[in-house]
Design a protein around this ligand. Structure first.
Ligand code: BG6
Length: 473
């Protein structure tokens, strides 16, 4: 639909906020938990995950804040190495109890738990034993981990997210470990295939165990716009979308490899090994919804084959204009957008892109959407009155919600919206320097301070949004 109506958000709309385990819990080696790969990697470069936001100790305070906020749902992830310290086998009862208590409290307050099964935290022991996601051995271990979760929490948890940001996992250096002796791109496509099979197995197990559950993946999506009306640039944007988004979406939703991407992989000799039964398993595991993590859009232009290769280099410290866009010579290269503002970390702020993306995804796949992450990283400072006046965050969230609502009026089915993040947490790329929360945590990268929870201005704004069911944006 090209014109808007005055419709409101449905009563069932899930107003939510989210976190992930290693980013907020801390206690990373406490009560039986072992180390995960991402905790090891970020510990080397950014902030220390041993305390994070102190949520392991302070979870009751945090759930009270959720209740006051009026959340209808809370998205959080379960830490695989907290539940299965050896990656498989013996279940850590302390880990089960921790999440069971949180879930019980959420239910008491009528806050729907949305549980992510895997948010980057692979048990380090499985990496050491067989190379983690590079080995098909992980499929069985992941399936068993999922079964443990479904058996223990299936009565209370009806919304499950299989894997967070499968696509980004291969882009960001601190999320995965690769074998330096083997060609990188080949490893990435092999891992991607293995992870897709594991995701599909999780869906099958969920359907067998919890009859009334809804389950789907959460994909981080950056829509690509052409840098100009030049036909080569238009095609470049399509290639970027195919490689970075539709490869994954087609696997999840259609159970097949996108032909153009398959051709690309064969041409480069990096296509994955497909074993008998894999594609049938994937095809029959159609998700109930797609989770979309949306933060930004990107512009791309065509670059000829003889261009030098460029890797993606992120801005980690928030000193703007440090990002180097990646390219694939012969296909595309990232470029700046002259029409959008950027965050301090150079992320393009593009609310309209959310409406565009939602329409595109819904047209292609006809599947309900849950916005599983949307938010802005900023350097929040406490005022003398101990306030956080984060108007930039409010503007960001408001403008995205307006576009989300327009997309719903266009006809896209959206079940809910998860603000990233509920409390400040360890930004995967930049520690506590980059804050996303509706609630401020009194600590920084080097000083743990008091860990006091302080409601930001955006918390009060979101509270009014929820109370009015989106009328008061
Ligand atoms: C998503 C992740 O990629 O982006 C989150 O699912 C992450 O875990 C969020 O926190 C923001 O990214 P960053 O790097 O700014 O923390």
């Amino acid at each position: 639909m090209l014109y808007t109506t005055n419709s409101t958000f449905p009563e069932s709309f899930l107003w939510a906020a989210g976190t992930s385990s290693y980013q907020c819990e801390g206690a990373h080696l406490t009560n039986g938990k072992t180390l995960s790969v991402v905790e090891k990697n970020i510990n080397n470069q950014y902030a220390d995950p041993s305390v994070a936001s102190g949520h392991y100790q302070l979870w009751e305070t945090d759930v009270e804040l959720m209740k006051d906020l009026g959340l209808k749902a809370y998205r959080f992830s379960i830490s695989w190495p907290r539940i299965l310290p050896n990656g498989r086998g013996a279940v850590n009862q302390e880990g089960i109890n921790f999440y069971r208590n949180i879930i019980a409290k959420l239910k008491e307050y009528h806050i729907e738990p949305i549980v992510t099964i895997y948010h980057f935290d692979l048990p380090q022991c499985l990496q050491d034993e067989y190379g983690g996601w590079s080995s098909r051995k992980i499929i069985k271990d992941f399936e068993e981990y999922c079964q443990v979760l479904f058996d223990h929490f299936g009565n209370d948890v009806k919304y499950w997210i299989t894997i967070n940001e499968q696509s980004n996992m291969f882009q960001l250096p601190y999320l995965m470990e690769f074998d330096e002796q083997l060609p990188l791109e080949k490893q990435k496509f092999e891992m991607n295939h293995i992870m897709t099979v594991a995701h599909a197995k999780a869906i099958h197990r969920c359907r067998q165990t919890i009859a009334d559950a809804k389950i789907g993946p959460a994909l981080g999506i950056i829509p690509n716009y052409p840098a100009s009306a030049k036909p080569e640039d238009i095609l470049a944007a399509k290639h970027a979308d195919d490689l970075r988004t539709y490869l994954f979406m087609d696997l999840y939703m259609k159970g097949k490899y996108k032909q153009s991407v398959w051709n690309y992989m064969v041409h480069k000799g990096v296509e994955p090994t497909i074993e008998p039964g894999d594609m049938a398993c994937i095809k029959t595991a159609k998700p109930d919804f797609i989770g979309i993590n949306y933060y930004q859009s990107r512009v791309v232009k065509f670059v000829p084959k003889d261009t030098a290769e460029k890797e993606l280099k992120l801005n980690y410290d928030g000193e703007a204009d440090e990002t180097q866009f990646e390219n694939i010579p012969g296909l595309y290269e990232g470029a700046a957008n002259p029409y959008t503002n950027k965050t301090q970390w150079d992320w393009e702020i593009d609310p309209v892109g959310l409406r565009y993306l939602l329409n595109d995804i819904y047209d292609r796949y006809d599947v309900p959407v849950l916005i599983t992450e949307n938010g802005i990283g900023t350097m929040d400072e406490l005022t003398e009155k101990k306030e956080i006046l984060d108007e930039e965050r409010i503007d960001f969230l408001r403008n995205h919600l307006i576009q989300l609502h327009l997309a719903m009026q266009d006809g896209v089915k959206v079940w809910g919206y998860v603000v990233w993040s509920f409390i400040d947490l360890l930004s995967t790329s930049s520690g506590f320097r980059k804050r996303y929360g509706l609630v401020y945590i009194d600590r920084d990268d080097t000083d743990l301070k008091t860990l006091e929870r302080i409601k930001k201005q955006s918390y009060h704004w979101y509270q009014a949004v929820i109370t009015s069911n989106g009328q008061s944006l």
